[in-house]
Design a binder for this molecule. Structure first.
Ligand SMILES: *Cc1c(COP(=O)(O)O)cnc(C)c1O
Length: 400
């Protein structure tokens, strides 16, 4: 069967050059970077080169890059590390209601430990208002954490303005840039970013490896203790194959960034336009322009995103939905709800996230298959019939 992968926001295919390099560091070049002999030096050199590569992608210096096990760990280190090290200065953190759970649940944990967290609202495009950030700042605020680009709807936040504001107020600024790194140009100095999280498997690298950028001079506490690896911020023998893979992925992302962006954005625009032309009663979710190059998210009224996803899968198209009625979680996405969407509209959402391996033929295939699925599901939908009589009937399939 024809297979089309439109779920790059969940994970990307691993670049084959990355895999080949990693295999070398699992087979022959297996040394511990902490060892003084040849094998150790060989591994240590590779780790340092990878650090240099990640730093260059971000406009940072190698000393400001620390390897972690992924985006989730980087977010935990940023939030807890700053909170613990600066609690004498204040106990207030500002974040947004549309963050990834790696940030939201870490903030909830900090609240239980006595910190106060403000969760900023967003507008209907999932955009944070700079005025809201300004108004939330108190003399207790030690950290602002706003994601660079949203993983569900792709909206790119006013990072530069927030960074500038944080700098003026002497507050640390962290951004979860897991979705943006490798898909969008980022310079930590231009954007006044103090801490940044990234993850290997979202930029054609391996899973289980990530990094955190921490600006020189930032006061942060380590969350675990052990050896002196990663300058004691993240002790434990380095994941050398993962680090080398991330380094290669970062290098390729830097060299191919503009080419990748142009390719993916052209496909995205074709897909958005095609869906808008072929299907009625839909809504494009996320900011119309300020969105990731590969991000497409629509709500299809009267049907469930989950049914759409399953039907697309049967046709070989891999997508994702903002609701999971049938898979345990009854609540629709916190992101879509924060955007002011009704439960009903949120349940009809479908995310198609494109990547560098996608082709025009993939888009054409999707535009052939998707309208038929939507039509079939709508013809069977109780929401379709009842909606005209009772448009506000929420989530009739989901016991809401
Ligand atoms: C995927 C993702 C994460 C988590 O990264 P892992 O490496 O899977 O732990 C965090 N934040 C965002 C925005 C993500 O998309």
């Amino acid at each position: 069967m024809r297979r089309v992968y439109f779920d790059h926001s969940a994970t990307t295919p691993v670049d084959h050059e990355v895999v080949d390099l990693m295999v070398e560091y699992m087979k022959d070049k297996f040394g511990n970077p902490g060892s003084i002999h040849y094998f150790g030096r060989e591994a240590n050199k590779a780790v340092n080169e990878a650090r240099e590569s990640v730093a260059t992608l971000l406009g940072a210096t190698a000393k400001e890059v620390f390897f972690t096990s992924g985006g989730t760990e980087s977010d935990n280190i940023a939030l807890k590390g700053i909170a613990y090290a600066n609690r004498k200065k204040g106990n207030h953190i500002i974040t947004t209601s549309i963050e990834h759970h790696a940030v939201l649940h870490t903030c909830e944990s900090l609240e239980k430990q006595g910190f106060t967290v403000t969760y900023l609202p967003v507008d209907e495009n999932a955009m944070v208002r700079i005025e809201d950030v300004k108004n939330a700042i108190t003399d207790q605020t030690i950290l602002i954490s706003v994601m660079f680009a949203n993983n569900e709807v792709g909206t790119i936040q006013p990072i530069k303005e927030i960074g500038q504001l944080a700098k003026e107020k002497g507050i640390y600024f962290h951004t979860d840039a897991v979705q943006a790194v490798g898909n969008y140009p980022i310079d930590v100095n231009e954007y006044n970013i103090d801490l940044l999280s990234l993850s290997g498997h979202k930029l054609y690298g391996p899973k289980g490896i990530g990094a955190i950028y921490i600006r020189k001079g930032v006061k942060i506490e380590a969350l675990q203790q052990g050896g002196s690896q990663e300058r004691k911020l993240r002790p434990g023998t380095e994941n050398v194959p993962g680090i080398v893979g991330l380094g290669k992925a970062a290098e390729k992302a830097r060299l191919e960034l503009s080419e990748r962006m142009a390719h993916v954005q052209a496909l995205r625009d074709k897909l958005i336009k095609g869906i808008q032309e072929k299907i009625v009663d839909i809504k494009l979710n996320g900011h119309p322009e300020k969105r990731l190059p590969g991000s497409v998210n629509f709500s299809f009224f009267y049907i469930e995103g989950e049914s759409l996803l399953l039907n697309l899968d049967m046709k070989g198209i891999a997508a994702s939905s903002g609701s999971a009625c049938t898979s345990g979680s009854l609540d629709p996405s916190h992101v879509l709800l924060a955007m002011g969407m009704t439960h009903e509209t949120a349940h009809g959402s479908l995310r198609l996230s494109l990547g560098r391996g996608n082709t025009e033929a993939d888009i054409d295939y999707c535009l052939e298959v998707l309208p038929k699925i939507v039509e079939t599901l709508r013809s069977m939908s109780p929401l379709n019939a009842t909606s005209k009589l009772a448009p506000s009937n929420p989530c009739s399939n989901c016991h809401h």
